[in-house]
Design a protein around this ligand. Structure first.
Ligand code: GRG
Length: 293
């Protein structure tokens, strides 16, 4: 099966499970339930939960057993997007081609929808009762660390602090490995932990995750710049002069593209121990950097 087909198939399973885990439209308070469903069920590639399912399968666990953990990651991802779009953060009007949560439900409800998704994620993962409870506890801790001040929220905070200031390569890498990298890393590690990966397997998968996480962000930066260029009809050079912390701004566009390729290659090399069994993860790495540039 080609990687696109795998993604479509797994995303369908994840969407069905999310439907069931989220409060029903009519559940009280209705507006909150609707706001939660609005963002989570608005599409998205489901990259993080797909990684969890694929890794668990690679290590030998049934995908359906780790589905709640996979959905917990997607809930946290959606909470972060809702909050990131708020006027006090990025102030975005559209997400996934639809009006952002606060544009539809108002700022207060968008904050609460994000909060509820974050807490529902922890309820969901901690309810897993068909896997060894020590592993569930470890996976829950992994999720908490990746989501909070040591992970995604920490990265977002560092990004806000760096706004309007000169940033060096180390600073930029810190922001990205935390803001976007931490959750992708957790998606892989949680799949591995729940499935009972040994130390060597977990280390290999962690390196894979870190490399694709960074590659994902480099590509995102490149797409941003090239998208702006298309929209505004200006050349990339002038875009690179903006005071924006991105990989192309620091390294140059061509170098950033090479960097994405290199990270992808290193990600693939990191999981060579699994041989052919890891074929989908190898293709997924190519898919991540192959996103339209
Ligand atoms: C506000 C707590 C808090 C955190 C915000 C992750 C994050 C931190 C903000 C997201 C902002 C952003 C657009 C970052 C660029 C990379 C990224 C995470 C893109 C969106 O992820 P995809 O491409 O989205 O997986 P889909 O829509 O496919 O789910």
């Amino acid at each position: 099966m080609k990687v696109n087909q795998v993604i479509t198939k797994k995303a369908k399973l994840i969407n069905q499970t999310l439907e069931e885990l989220l409060p029903m439209e009519e559940a009280k308070p209705k507006k909150l339930s609707q706001a939660m469903r609005y963002s989570v069920l608005a599409g998205g590639k489901r990259l993080r939960p797909i990684l969890t399912l694929l890794v668990a399968k690679l290590i030998g666990e049934e995908e359906k057993k780790v589905l709640p953990a996979a959905c917990a990651l997607e809930m946290i991802h959606n909470y972060s997007l809702i909050h990131d779009d708020l006027p006090c953060m990025d102030d975005d009007d559209y997400r996934r081609g639809q009006p952002t949560n606060h544009k539809v439900y108002g700022e207060a409800m968008a904050v609460l929808a994000g909060d509820s998704l974050l807490t529902l994620a922890f309820e969901t993962i901690s309810r897993i009762n068909n896997i060894d409870q020590d592993k569930v506890l470890l996976a829950t801790q992994e999720l908490a660390i990746a989501a909070g001040n040591q992970g995604m929220v920490g990265g977002q905070a560092a990004d806000i602090v760096a706004e309007g200031q000169k940033i060096d390569k180390e600073g930029l890498e810190y922001i990205h490995t935390h803001k976007t990298g931490a959750l992708l890393r957790a998606a892989v590690r949680i799949g591995a932990i729940l499935a009972g990966a040994n130390k060597e397997e977990l280390a290999a998968l962690t390196t894979y995750a870190q490399k694709i996480g960074l590659a994902f962000q480099v590509v995102d930066d490149i797409l941003d710049i090239e998208g702006d260029e298309e929209k505004l009809g200006k050349d990339v050079g002038s875009d690179l002069e903006r005071d924006k912390a991105t990989f192309p701004a620091l390294y140059g566009l061509e170098e950033a593209k090479k960097m994405a390729q290199k990270l992808c290659q290193e990600a693939k090399e990191a999981i060579h121990i699994f041989g052919e069994e890891a074929k989908v993860l190898l293709e997924l790495a190519d898919y991540i950097i192959g996103r339209d540039y």
